[in-house]
Each structure stands twice: as structure tokens, then as C-alpha cells.
Ligand binder design. Structure first.
Ligand SMILES: Cc1ncc(COP(=O)(O)O)c(C=O)c1O
Length: 396
């Protein structure tokens, strides 16, 4: 018998840790194969649909004969203009749709490709310790070094920029920030952004702000601030926006990078060698989402998330969790585990209660002892899941 050959993979892939959610997904598939339904509270995928007019626009566009060819590497001018109008309306930020807006196949793609565009061996990427895994994995793919910036509860989970070591400052090409934050739901102020802009200007670093949750704000008026509201931020900053969370369109894969024109141009170079844009009707529907979604729709959607948050906060002490501050936005509850470690909690939640949650140490040391629960779960299913968690961890 011949031994099967092992396919040699590139070193940058061999050295890349598995994307954290892959292991959870595998276990969920095994449970599914046994006929067990798992409530997925590990991923921030909105359960509610986009505004009806977005779906209507898609249905109509699909029927047009001129909507089925390739689009442009830079997306349609109409979509880019809609992104610029949206920034003007929501943030009073001016963007040139031709040079400062680049449509993306969802922001994850752009986040990773930006690093292929800008960094390589010998460069440092500054990544906050509790953050979306694609920042670190994109830096690894680009063969740059990741320097982790601690995020601690005593600092409101904000990385302390003054603490960044001199050597890292000198080699750094990129700083990632993400507020409202996944996984902690922390917010930052415009003043914090202003300090980050000044820091990046002083050290010739591109500030990449991932504002995926800008429209997911509870208990008050959104959106969360944009880094581009800081005067002259475009000289050193870009922002990632996505329709995934803002308009419940995660599966549509539509977002944009906006801001610094040189970064837009560099990312376009990577993308034009890699993808060929969206299905044209997606842009049509995206324009309507950006232009026509009412403030009331956003308020009502966020009120539903907030009601789920309140329910989890209420039940938390009875299911072995401690929540020091209820989240003000983003799509997650970040909770401290009582009486066991976070991985054990997540494993028991999955295997015994059939509820999947993300565990904090998946993100690194600063996440140890915490779990993250998504609010993108239908109300009835959430109730059932909390009941099952109570049966597993029940503490009266
Ligand atoms: C902070 C953050 N950024 C980016 C993304 C990616 O979103 P998308 O690729 O759907 O635009 C996510 C998804 O969960 C996220 O949490």
C-alpha cells in the first residue's frame, strides 16, 4: 500500500493557527450529525432581515438584463457615491467617492488584503489584545510581526497608546482599532480617536479603524463616532464600514474602506489582482440600504438587541456569569465566568446545554476568564438557550 502524500502548504499557511471559530463549527457539525440542534451564540450574525425595501430592490435588479456581467474593480460609482452620502449624513464627513471610497466583499476581506497591500517581513502591526481575529491572521499572512496591545477592564478596554514600546513604534506600519469593540462591546470617544490620530501622524503609521458596529448602539442615539470625524484624520487613517451589522446584511458581503486615498489605492491594487467585485444587484440594494434606511428602523432593531441584552444580564448570575457593565452596543455580551475557566464553560455550554459561545482565551491572555455571547439570536431561541444553560450551570 502506498502512503498518501501530504500536500505541502506554504509556510505562512502552515504556521497560521486555525481560525478560532473553525474548531467550534466542527463540534457543532458533529452534534448536528447526531440530530442535536445547537443555538449559535458564538458568532455575531444578525438573525433579523434587512429593511424590506433592500430585498425589494434586489429582486427587481436581478430581473434586469444589464445586471449580470462583471462589475468594476472599484464597485459602481453609484455605490461609492452612496457611501460618501452616508458618511456626510451620519458623521458630517466629506469623502471623495472616486479616491477615498473602496467597496469590499465584506470588511473581513478588505482587512486582510489591506495588510497584504501595506506590510511584509520586518514590519510591525499593532493589534489590540481583544480583537477580531482577522487583524492578527492578516498580519501573519503578510508575514509581518504582530505586537499585541493590552486591553484591560481598568482602562475601559482601551489600549494605552503611550505604553507602546519605542521599538514597536518605530517598526509599526499599521494600528488596528475597533470600537464599538468585538468582543468586549467597549466604546471609545472622539477624543480617544483624536489621540490615536496624533500618535499615528507622529510615527507615520496608518490607523485602521474597524467600525463594523457603528449603527449597533443601544440606549441612546447612534451612530458611534467615526475616526474620520477627527480633523485631518484622512492624512493617516482609514475606516472599515460594513452593511453586515448596520443593516442585517451579513450574507450579502458588502462593505467599504474609506479615508486615506493612498491606502485606498494600495488596497485596490491587491483587489484588482484578486477579485472582480460584486454581483451588480448587490450594489443597487446596498445603495438603498445606505440612503433609505430610516432612523426608526435602526432604533427598533437596536431596541430588540437591547431587550435580549437585558434578559441575559438578568439571568447571568443564575448561569454562572458576572456582567460588570451591560453593553452599550455592538452585538455581544462579554461576561466573566464564575467558578471555572472560560474554555470549560464554553465546552460544557456546547456539549451539555447545546449553546455555543466564544471563550475569551481564544483571543489571548486578556480574554481569559470571559465568554462572549452574541445577541443575534431570535427571542424564543434565546429563552430556550438560557433555560438549557440554567439546567447545566443552574445557580439559585
Ligand atoms: C469587528 C469586526 N470587524 C469586521 C467583521 C467582518 O464583517 P464583514 O466581513 O461581514 O463585513 C466582523 C464580523 O464579525 C467584526 O466583528
Amino acid at each position: 500500500m502506498t502512503t498518501p502524500r501530504t500536500l505541502p502548504v506554504a509556510r505562512r499557511i502552515a504556521e497560521l493557527p486555525n481560525y478560532p471559530f473553525v474548531a467550534i463549527s466542527q463540534r457543532i457539525q458533529e452534534l448536528k450529525a447526531q440530530g442535536i440542534h445547537v443555538t449559535r451564540m458564538d458568532m455575531g450574525s444578525p438573525d433579523l432581515p434587512p429593511p424590506p425595501i433592500v430585498i425589494e430592490t434586489m429582486l427587481q435588479a436581478v430581473q434586469r438584463s444589464d445586471m449580470h456581467g462583471y462589475s468594476n474593480y472599484r464597485g459602481t460609482p453609484a455605490f461609492r457615491k452612496a457611501v460618501a452620502r452616508y458618511y456626510k449624513r451620519r458623521f458630517d464627513v466629506e469623502l471623495d467617492p472616486d479616491t477615498e471610497v473602496l467597496p469590499l466583499l465584506g470588511s473581513k476581506e478588505g482587512i486582510v488584503n489591506l495588510m497584504l497591500a501595506l506590510v511584509g517581513e520586518g514590519d510591525v502591526v499593532l493589534v489590540p489584545s481583544l480583537s477580531y481575529p482577522a487583524y492578527a491572521s492578516g498580519a501573519h499572512l503578510a508575514q509581518a510581526e504582530v505586537v499585541t496591545l493590552p486591553m484591560r477592564p481598568e482602562n475601559g478596554f482601551l489600549p494605552v497608546l503611550e505604553d507602546i514600546p519605542q521599538q514597536a513604534r518605530q517598526k509599526a506600519r499599521l494600528l488596528w482599532l475597533n470600537f464599538p469593540n468585538n468582543p468586549t462591546s467597549a466604546f471609545c470617544s472622539l477624543d480617544y480617536y483624536a489621540d490615536a490620530v496624533a500618535f499615528c501622524q507622529a510615527h507615520n503609521i496608518l490607523l485602521a479603524s474597524d467600525n463594523a458596529y457603528m449603527e449597533v448602539v443601544f440606549d441612546g442615539e447612534g451612530p458611534a463616532p467615526s475616526v474620520l470625524q477627527v480633523p485631518n484624520a484622512k492624512s493617516t487613517a482609514v475606516e472599515f464600514m460594513t452593511l453586515s451589522k448596520s443593516f442585517n446584511m451579513a450574507g450579502w458581503r458588502l462593505g467599504a474602506m474609506v479615508g486615506n486615498a493612498e491606502a485606498v489605492s494600495a488596497l485596490l491594487t491587491v483587489k484588482s489582482n484578486m477579485d472582480s467585485g460584486h454581483f451588480l444587484p448587490t450594489y443597487e440594494a446596498g445603495i438603498v440600504a445606505l440612503d433609505q434606511t430610516s432612523d426608526e428602523w435602526i432604533r427598533e432593531r437596536n431596541a430588540r438587541y437591547a431587550a435580549r441584552r437585558d434578559r441575559i444580564v438578568e439571568v447571568a448570575p443564575t448561569i454562572g456569569l458576572e456582567i460588570s457593565e451591560p453593553p452599550r452596543g455592538a452585538l455581544y455580551v462579554w461576561a466573566k465566568v464564575v467558578g471555572m475557566n472560560d474554555e470549560e464553560y464554553a465546552l460544557r455550554a456546547l456539549n451539555e446545554a447545546h449553546v455555543s459561545v466564544a471563550y475569551g482565551s481564544m483571543y489571548g491572555e486578556d480574554g481569559r476568564g470571559y465568554i462572549r455571547m452574541s445577541l443575534g439570536v431570535a427571542d424564543d431561541e434565546l429563552e430556550d438557550a438560557l433555560e438549557r444553560l440554567y439546567k447545566t450551570f443552574g445557580i439559585r
